[in-house]
Design a binder for this molecule. Structure first.
Ligand code: NDP
Length: 499
């Protein structure tokens, strides 16, 4: 079996040095398209490694925080140039480790570049404001101060974009970071650390530790030298982290799961709606937090929508994501594969009608890869598990709706509230929908997917808590706002103090 060039042993990056875990243990990741292929060996870190990384970050934070923000921005621009130079390598690393089609990986790297560009420029803004004081000869203004040390904990499904959309704003705001990527995607994280090292960040500003969240996660949250935690992942783990952080009065940002719905009204342009929903449901093998996992279709157009949906889904090609001709790649891991397979079984048991797909692809030609066909259910009971729970795979549930109110009722019937969309030509209806749908991001005549880096990203309800990521809100999370009053009057002066 030939090994990819990256099947090496990788280390943690702590205090400017590439070092082994004090545990002396490593673990492997494999290519989900061909699990016999080892992608790399990574450090199985333990709490002592996490503490060492926090100590390094705490030592670096004051100096980094005092460096003028435009100078920090120059270092981020260097990181941007490096990521641009290594973009193909990084995209390939995503695909061989996480599985997603190479075009999606390339798009993800581009997204990370956009974030770096945006954050680097913020070094020349990071605005506070001035306002007239109620007292004479007094200046009053606000400014932003870094938090200190931030723990960054990320999922495997966007192993480059999500880390960078946390790391870049954290750094430009003057914080030192400890970055713990998902155990399933440490290769991309290692390359990101190499890029920031090459960009010339001061020692200890950027620290990477790999290994199981279950054993090192508590240290990254509880250690008193950690001032804030930025987490993206499941609602279950995020809820625990939020509670632990709150106990210590730390800032916590938690971006969590989704169960996103796209509504198709009778007047929708199906030439737009059907491909948008196919892309939303099955692109990146359904492993996006903003994936379309529900389509809610008004009844007059339901039949035609289903015919076109099945026809376009049939045309999707399945195979190794490294081959650019494949639309659907494997699920990212054995545990994702087992989960999605289980949900497909549960859907049928709960009375939903399987109208397309539903099989796993096994046999020598699939090389043990974690492939599941794109799968479509109709007649789905609203309270069933496949209607309510995040599946995180290429499974679409389709509901029939009787008018817009019914469609929005179905859309809002889940605990999640990340992203949503509606296809309609009626502007009045679209605005009514925007004002009532319970999601943090809303799209009209476009898929539930994605977002732009200079606009806030995040969800309502069980999809997120804490300040939004990206946009100007993203910088607010990584800073404290300080209010300053300066009395520049000559001599003593009577002044009233209310507080
Ligand atoms: P998990 O919640 O399982 O893991 C996320 C991260 O948390 C990983 O790095 C994991 O480490 C770590 N972790 C696990 N246990 C702990 C713990 N006790 N303390 C601290 N950290 C811990 O999520 P997944 O990686 O499976 O990612 C998929 C989920 O992410 C989906 O629910 C998806 O919707 C959500 N997501 C949300 C987005 C959003 O912006 N709203 C965007 C993208 C994904 P380890 O891997 O070692 O277990």
């Amino acid at each position: 079996m030939s090994q990819p060039e990256s099947a090496a042993t990788h280390r943690n990056f702590i205090g400017g040095k590439w070092i082994e875990s004090v545990s002396g243990e490593t673990y492997r990741t494999v290519n989900p398209a061909r699990p016999s292929q080892v992608v790399g060996e990574f450090q199985a870190s333990v709490p002592q490694d996490a503490e060492n990384a926090i100590i390094a970050a705490a030592a670096a934070a004051p100096g980094w925080g005092r460096m003028p923000a435009p100078q920090r921005g120059s270092l981020l621009y260097k990181a941007l140039n490096i990521i641009e130079r290594r973009a193909d390598e990084l995209a390939r690393a995503i695909t061989i480790e996480e599985g997603k089609p190479i075009a999606d990986s390339t798009g993800e790297v581009k997204r990370a570049m956009n974030i770096l560009e945006y954050a680097a420029g913020e070094g020349r803004r990071l605005f506070g404001y001035t306002t007239p004081s109620e007292l004479p000869d007094t200046a009053a203004y606000t400014f932003k101060r870094p938090l200190g040390v931030v723990s960054i904990i990320t999922p495997w499904n966007f192993p480059v974009a999500i880390p960078v959309w946390k790391i870049a704003p954290a750094l430009i705001c003057g914080n030192a970071i400890v970055f713990k990527p998902a155990s399933g995607a440490p290769l991309a994280a290692t390359i990101i650390a190499e890029m920031f090292e090459e960009a010339g960040l001061p020692t200890g500003v950027f620290n990477l530790i790999t290994g199981p969240g279950g054993s090192i996660g508590n240290t990254l949250v509880d250690d008193p030298r950690v001032n804030a935690i930025s987490f993206t992942g499941s609602t279950e783990i995020g809820t625990r982290i939020y509670a632990r952080g709150a106990e210590a009065l730390k800032k916590v940002q938690a971006e969590l799961g989704g169960k996103n719905a796209a509504i198709v009204m009778n007047d929708a342009d199906l030439d737009k709606a059907v491909p948008g929903i196919v892309q939303g449901a099955f692109g990146s093998t359904g492993q996006r937090c903003t994936a379309t996992s529900r389509a809610i279709v008004e009844k007059d157009v339901f039949g035609e929508f289903m015919d076109r949906l099945i026809e376009q889904t049939k045309a999707l090609t399945i195979g190794d994501g490294i081959d650019p001709s494949n639309d659907i790649a494997p699920l990212s891991s054995k545990s994702q594969f087992d989960t999605v397979r289980e949900y497909i079984g549960v859907g049928t048991e709960e009375g939903a009608k399987l109208v397309f797909g539903g099989h796993v692809l096994e046999g020598p030609e699939w090389e043990g890869g974690y492939y599941v066909e794109p799968t479509i259910f109709t007649d789905v009971p609203l309270n069933s598990r496949i209607a309510q729970e995040e599946i995180f795979g290429p499974v679409l549930t389709v509901f029939e709706a009787d008018g817009v109110e019914d469609a929005v009722r179905i859309s809002n019937s889940v605990q999640f509230g990340l992203s949503s969309s509606i296809y309609t030509r009626d502007l009045v209806l679209a605005h009514e929908y925007i004002n009532t749908v319970e999601t943090g991001m809303v799209h009209v005549n476009a898929p539930t997917l994605g977002g732009e880096v200079h606009l806030p990203f995040g969800g309502l309800k069980a999809s997120g808590v804490g300040q939004r990521e990206q946009g100007t809100e993203g910088f607010d999370f990584y800073t404290e706002t300080i209010t300053a009053y300066i009395d520049y009057s000559a001599g003593n002066r009577e002044r009233s103090r209310f507080i």
